[in-house]
Structures are given as C-alpha cells and as structure tokens.
Ligand binder design. Structure first.
Ligand code: BDR
Ligand code: CA
Length: 321
C-alpha cells in the first residue's frame, strides 16, 4: 500500500519536534516537506529548527520558510517561556547542514499540492498564515488538497493563551478565519481533545532507551516543556498538542468527531476564539472526544522506532557503502 503524502506547516517548538519525528518514524506516512511559520519562535528560528530536525532524522526533505508576521494583527511575542529561547527547551541554537528551499512556503505548498492532486494531507500545527496565503495565491488549490488537519482551536473548552483562545488561532485569527471559510475538507484537533493527552518524564525515558539518538533528544526537550506545564497545571506532564494532530491522521478511530461550521472572532476581548458559525460554511470535522491512553501509547510505540527507521533510511541514501 502506498504511503500517505503529508506536509507539516510548523513553528518548532517542542511539541512540533515531537510531531515531526512521529511522522518521520511512521511507516504509513511519507513526509514530503515542511513549511515554517512564526509562533513558538521567530520564523527564522522555526526554519533553522525544522532543517535541523530533517538532519537529525537523516531525511533531506524540502523545508520552505513562510510568514514572519500575521496578516492583520500586530505579532504577539514568541512563546519562549513554553518552548525555550531557541525553540528546543534549554538547547542552544541548532546548526543545520542544509538551506531552506528558495520558494516561500505558500508557493512551495501550491507547487507540491499541484504535483500530486488529491494526494496530499496538509497538517498545520502553527498559526495559519501560510495556509491563508496559499488560498489567496491559488484559490483553486482547495479542490486539490486531500484534506487539511489542523492543530488549533478550543471549541467547547477554555483557551490556553486567553480564556477564549488557543495559541495557534490567536496568533493569526484573520488567517484562521479564512482557512475555515475555504471549501476544503478540514479536521480540527484542538484543545477539546489535546488537553486530555499527556506524557510524563518516564514516557520520554522509555523512548530514549529504545532510540537513544532521536528519542534521547525528545526526552531532553520534554524536560523544559514538562517544567512549563508543571508551573501552570501542577502536574509533571506535558500536553501532546501537535503530535495528536498527526496521530489523528494515522489512527483516526482513536478520536470522535462532530461536524461544525467554524469562524474566528477577530477583534475585542474574545479575539482568537473558535466559534460555531451561522454563515454558510463547509462544516469542519471537529474532534470532540479521544481515547487519550491509546493516543499516548501510539506516540510512544512509533517514536521508539525512530532510530531504527533512521538507520534504514541512511542505507537508502545514495553513496551508502
Ligand atoms: C499549540 O501552540 C503551540 O505552543 C504548540 O506548538 C501547539 O501548536 C498549542 O496551543
Ligand atoms: Ca506548534
């Protein structure tokens, strides 16, 4: 069976790194590109970190840099207190070996989706600016994407940056609203489910034992992330937002969905809130319930394979003896 082509739009970011390594390690997924966006870090840091993750996985896929700022609002500060000054907890700035694709993210996305019509799943796990730009640049692209699986939003639960808003939507509410207005198949993996899915330090140690290289890195960056969550929820765990979106692609049955047309509040106290729309919009498949233990176990099982998968892909690289 052929693998599912996937592009992740990302602001790495600790849980972004977890999601990307999950995707690289999963044998049903073919991660064919990363596009980067401001959010957890500045976009230049996001690009550098994304390139470094491809080095670490031994997979020279294209990384294309996207927007540095939101469409309309003044940018919020990066969330260094959640992800660290350089994006990977206490780790210093990474030094990737490769450079970014010369195309801006929205052009790379249009070219790649058009090269594989109907085959690509687009998975944004950061603010939605690049995706809104893609729609602006090439409105017909909506019919050519297989589906868009978004980590973001808080539909029937409180937000995580304000009482109303989840971070990815809050960082560019206008972009998110235009993405929800587009006529394509969308799924939303938001705080309604991701705030139920957590891992602790023992979980990451178990990954590191089986996969000392990539798992060891995930263990190291998780410490900062667990420290942040401990400071706000008082438990030594971290929430698995971004990996959950990718896991919903490989293991949809772990989630229960409701079809809801969505819009985003773009000004005032409730800016960034994801609400039910009264407008005529295509309903979004919103994840409303999850088997959290199963998602956690899937994450651990797949990430434990990451070093083994890396060695297999090393052997396939040209020039390998
Ligand atoms: C989202 O915001 C970022 O901090 C995370 O990487 C995730 O994409 C969770 O609200
Ligand atoms: Ca993210």
């Amino acid at each position: 069976m052929s693998k599912q082509k996937l592009i992740i739009d990302t602001d790495p970011g600790i849980d972004d790194a977890m999601a990307i390594h999950y995707a690289f390690a999963h044998d049903a997924l073919d991660l064919i590109g990363l596009t980067t966006i401001f959010g957890n870090v500045f976009v230049e840091q996001a690009t550098r970190n994304a390139l470094w993750l491809t080095d670490q996985a031994g997979r020279a896929i294209p990384v294309s840099e996207g927007a540095a700022t939101p469409i309309t609002i003044t940018p919020n500060a990066p969330s260094h207190y959640v992800h660290g000054d350089e994006g990977f907890g206490d780790m210093p700035a990474m030094r990737p070996t490769r450079s970014a694709d010369p195309r801006p993210a929205h052009i790379f996305l249009a070219d790649t989706i058009r090269a594989y019509p109907g085959e690509v799943i687009l998975c944004p796990i950061g603010p939605l600016t690049n995706i809104a730009r893609l729609l602006d640049h090439d409105p017909a692209i909506a019919a050519l994407v297989k589906k868009v699986v978004i980590m973001g939003g808080a539909v029937d639960c409180p937000g995580n940056v304000t009482a109303f808003a989840e971070a990815n939507i809050w960082n560019d509410p206008h972009a998110a609203d235009s993405v929800f207005a587009a006529p394509w198949d969308m799924e939303l993996i938001g705080l309604d489910v991701t705030s139920q899915i957590s891992c602790d330090a023992d979980d990451f140690s178990s990954i590191a034992r089986e996969a000392p290289d990539i798992g060891g890195f995930l263990e190291q960056i998780s410490l900062f992330y667990i420290g942040f969550y401990h400071s706000i929820i008082g438990r030594h765990v971290c929430l698995m937002h971004d990996p959950s979106a990718v896991i919903s692609i490989t293991d949809e049955t772990a989630f229960e969905y409701e079809n809801i047309p969505l819009e985003v509040i773009c000004s005032g106290d409730r800016i960034g809130a994801t609400i039910r729309s009264q407008q005529k919009r295509r309903p979004v498949k919103v994840a409303k319930a999850v088997d959290a233990m199963t998602v956690r176990e899937i994450f651990l099982d797949i990430c434990k394979q990451s070093d083994k998968i890396k060695k297999q892909s090393d052997k396939r690289q040209p020039g390998h003896a």
